[in-house]
Unconditional design. Structure first.
Length: 525
């Protein structure tokens, strides 16, 4: 979907400087993610740490001609003769306003998910459950912030049949803007935990802020076994249908009568609106079981049959498989995103590959399977794939599947290879010649890309240390709870973060707004 620059000017209430025609399809807030400059509108966001206005000269040189700003350059006519500048009082609010107006174009089911934990897992599992029948647009990665939510909603287009979006808040007053952008038809509270508690006077206050997402939703889903949530919901003016799930209350709309754990499988028996059912889940941990219950409620509410729910629950993949980086054989680096394949997540994965600093100067290779449920004609779809790959500096393209083989001419990369199956690829000279490359594996689950990963990954010692970054964040918030909000926090990133991974630990702490990172010596920095 595209909007003219004149239409966007009206939608966000901007003052337009410049007289250049433009059709906008892409929104950009981070200059590093630029892909299609001619159709991009850059929002010069201002934060405590950065100001997007300083990237305007660079972006103009790279072909961007449309900018939303609070300050129009004084030398606009001389330095930016072909540019459109849309002046607003607040670029973030303008971004959010544009996403709201874009959301107005859709009369479809939209699932809004909030909660202290589990938002991303519930979102990704809902995608896996629903996408075989419906075209689902969802939040990329964990785009659930004041910036991430409008960027996510903007991804909806004429093919979208269901939207699934996360809404994350860290302080009072944030949910109102996200609610207006998502405008959920089904609103979900996954759980209520201690994250960001330092910004709220009580757990009840945080619960009320999260439940603001429920306002105007046609259906709301929550855990009735949480006493605080149950009490706040009862005091909240909810107009839509309430679906409480419970493992204790037999009268709940979704009553979980039994959870039976067998080896690596959980069998969940339930009664939904008076009718019994059951499904099997390939996980046994408590969090996965709870998240699966939420997914079951939403999927059934959206019309998925009980039999289909059981079949698809058995096939759920762990979310950790998203954009997982592994050291490969023959000097290769593998980026494994091989449990699904759609055009939006392909762009995100290509951007991820392009932005990793350790990948500079090495050949970028994309191994892609056929893309299903795109809503687009094959020729149009794979031409778009080709354009994305070219713009994201892919040098070698390996297509797997009958559709890609049939549309080989639409892939315009100079080095390209096509195979009907993964097995053909594995037994080819192309597979054997992979060397010193960054390889993105992006495939629909049915193609069995796990075989490729298994053969390409570098064989290392069988012992694996698995670091749960969610637990790192929980520990961080635990210590924060003893501090005044004004007290600054220094975190030591020593000796490869004492074996936990210095880059991963540092980025996680940075994402959760610690004030300083410290090391022992300059070489470590």
């Amino acid at each position: 979907m595209t909007y003219t620059i004149e239409k966007i000017t009206t939608l966000i209430g901007a003052h337009h400087y410049g007289e250049n025609a433009a059709d906008i399809a892409f929104i950009l807030t981070d200059s590093r993610s630029l892909c299609f400059p001619e159709e991009t509108l850059f929002f010069a966001l201002q934060t405590n740490r950065n100001d997007g206005h300083k990237y305007i000269p660079e972006l103009y040189q790279r072909g961007v001609r449309n900018f939303v700003v609070t300050d129009v350059p004084t030398d606009r006519a001389e330095t930016y003769p072909d540019a459109n500048f849309l002046k607003v009082s607040n670029t973030l609010k303008a971004l959010q306003r544009l996403a709201e107006r874009h959301r107005d174009e859709f009369d479809i089911p939209v699932v809004g998910i909030t909660g202290s934990n589990g938002k991303t897992m519930v979102k990704e599992w809902l995608y896996q459950l629903l996408s075989p029948e419906m075209f689902v647009t969802r939040s990329p990665r964990s785009y659930n912030s004041q910036i991430g939510v409008p960027l996510s909603v903007w991804l909806m287009d004429e093919h979208t049949q269901v939207g699934v979006f996360e809404a994350g808040i860290s302080k009072p007053g944030e949910m109102a803007a996200l609610r207006a952008i998502i405008r959920s038809t089904i609103a979900v509270l996954t759980n209520l935990g201690t994250a960001h508690q330092e910004n709220f006077s009580s757990m009840e206050a945080k619960c009320r802020e999260k439940l603001a997402l429920f306002h105007d939703a046609r259906t709301v889903v929550y855990d009735a076994d949480d006493a605080i949530v149950r009490r706040i919901v009862s005091k909240t003016d909810i107009q839509g249908e309430t679906i409480a799930w419970s493992r204790r209350d037999k009268n709940a709309a979704f009553y979980v009568s039994e959870v039976k754990k067998e080896d690596a499988m959980s069998v969940v028996s339930y009664i939904y609106k008076g009718v019994a059912g059951r499904y099997s889940l390939p996980f046994i941990d408590a969090a996965s079981v709870s998240n699966s219950i939420i997914c079951a409620v939403v999927a059934l509410q959206l019309g998925l049959s009980r039999d289909a729910l059981d079949r698809r629950m058995r096939l759920l993949e762990p979310v950790a498989m998203r954009l997982e980086v592994k050291e490969g054989q023959h000097g290769c680096t593998l980026i494994n995103d091989s449990y699904n394949s759609d055009i939006n997540s392909l762009d995100i994965a290509l951007d991820f590959m392009n932005r990793r600093p350790d990948h500079k100067g090495r050949r970028h290779t994309l191994v892609l399977s056929d893309i299903y449920q795109s809503g687009k004609a094959s020729r149009e779809l794979y031409k778009e794939v080709s354009d994305l790959a070219l713009k994201r500096d892919v040098e070698k393209f390996i297509g797997i599947g009958p559709q890609l083989c049939a549309q080989a001419e639409e892939i315009q990369l100079p080095e390209k290879f096509f195979f009907h199956t993964v097995e053909q690829f594995i037994h080819s000279e192309v597979f054997r010649s992979l060397h010193n490359e960054v390889i993105l594996l992006k495939g629909a689950r049915k193609f069995g890309f796990d075989q490729v990963t298994e053969l390409l990954v570098k064989k290392v010692h069988e012992t694996i240390l698995e670091v749960n970054l969610n637990n790192v964040v929980e520990n961080l918030n635990h210590y924060r709870s003893f501090l005044k909000p004004t007290t600054k926090l220094v975190c030591m990133i020593k000796a490869d973060a004492y074996g936990s991974g210095s880059v991963e630990i540092a980025k996680t702490l940075q994402d959760h707004r610690v004030d300083y990172l410290a090391v022992a010596v300059a070489d470590e920095a």
